[in-house]
Design a protein around this ligand. Sequence first.
Ligand code: MLT
Length: 403
Amino acid sequence: MTKINENFLKLPKNYLFAEIGNRVEAYKKSNTKADILKLGIGDVTRPLPKSVVKEMQMACEEMLDINKFKGYGPYEGYEFLRKAISDDYAKRNTKVEINEIFVNDGAKADTANILELFNNNTKIAVCDPVYPVYVDSNALAGRTGEFNSSTGKWSKVVYMPCTKENNFNPELPKEKADLIYLCFPNNPTGSMISKKDLQKWVDYANENGCIILYDAAYEAYITENLPHSIYECNGAKTCAIEFKSFSKDAGFTGIRSGYTVIPNELKVEGHQLNQLWLRRQSTKYNGASYIIQRGAFARFSEEGRKEVKEIISYYQQNAKVIFNGLKDAGLEVYGAVNSPYIWLKTPNNMSSWEFFDFLLDKANVVGTPGSGFGPSGEGYFRLTSFGTKETTEKAVERIKKLI
Ligand code: MLT
């Protein structure tokens, strides 16, 4: 008889952002006139850069031309885009070879699929709070043990608390883990790490045979002199995989593109991981669409960079409006400086979900409950700066009135 993968049954019923979506829809059904302002999921609202759209239009035209039409593309992505990505690292004085880059259709799937490279007994360490995809995908792979609903923790996961006491920066894990997930600028807390501190993680990983899975999705939001890539640290090529999404800088949440870097030097038990990944990709993946890759290529053109900069500064301005507005209202707020996320302490000791309901009902503003990101997120709340300027200002005014 066919049996289900029981790991599915251990997961929370819904993915965090799906749960929020459901609750908002239910609220809308009984409050049909509510003017709901969404600052929950980190979904962008600025239109795509014109240069990206123009390039995709040209790519579409090519599909009508017998001499230019493209069928299956390279599994790793087209060389024109991989070279543009490698050159982009070089601009930041970081060396990443073209053959270390794998283009994907959005970084989210790779952060989960990468687990296929590692044995089932692999132990993971995650920041707490954390982007839920890392934990859920390990749970699906059967690596997380049992979920304890009173602690909010999985028995086999090493949690690295990120609290206001440590400036929302994790300390080296007390218990040994094989795979360590790091994300800077951090989702959800918006915290950032110095190069010196990141180097400590790289040294620790090299000394202990760990691999760091480094999510750089929000690097474009860094305003201070801080590392944009883990490969700015010495020795990172022998211990780190880096993921980068084009969603949050060039607006690709809908059209999907990003990339994964697996360095040539990165080996486990003598096996070169990027060769294994290529084997995996060629079996399970036929590459991102040519049209989208051309759009992503334009993101690195002079015009594309200028447009991306404008998009980022628009969201950064929103982040300031939220941060300053809520701070003036007397709330305890974090993040925003190098990040599109604002992390706030819920007022009056409300739990994260209580505050979610309160805000939705009394201000018609949607945010993300901190406890959805892990037990140390309890009592916190995340707002995103990816809304429109008008939505952002209106939401802040409504929250101020409530507090
Ligand atoms: C977020 O808001 O943290 C992400 O955009 C959600 C996701 O990628 O699922």
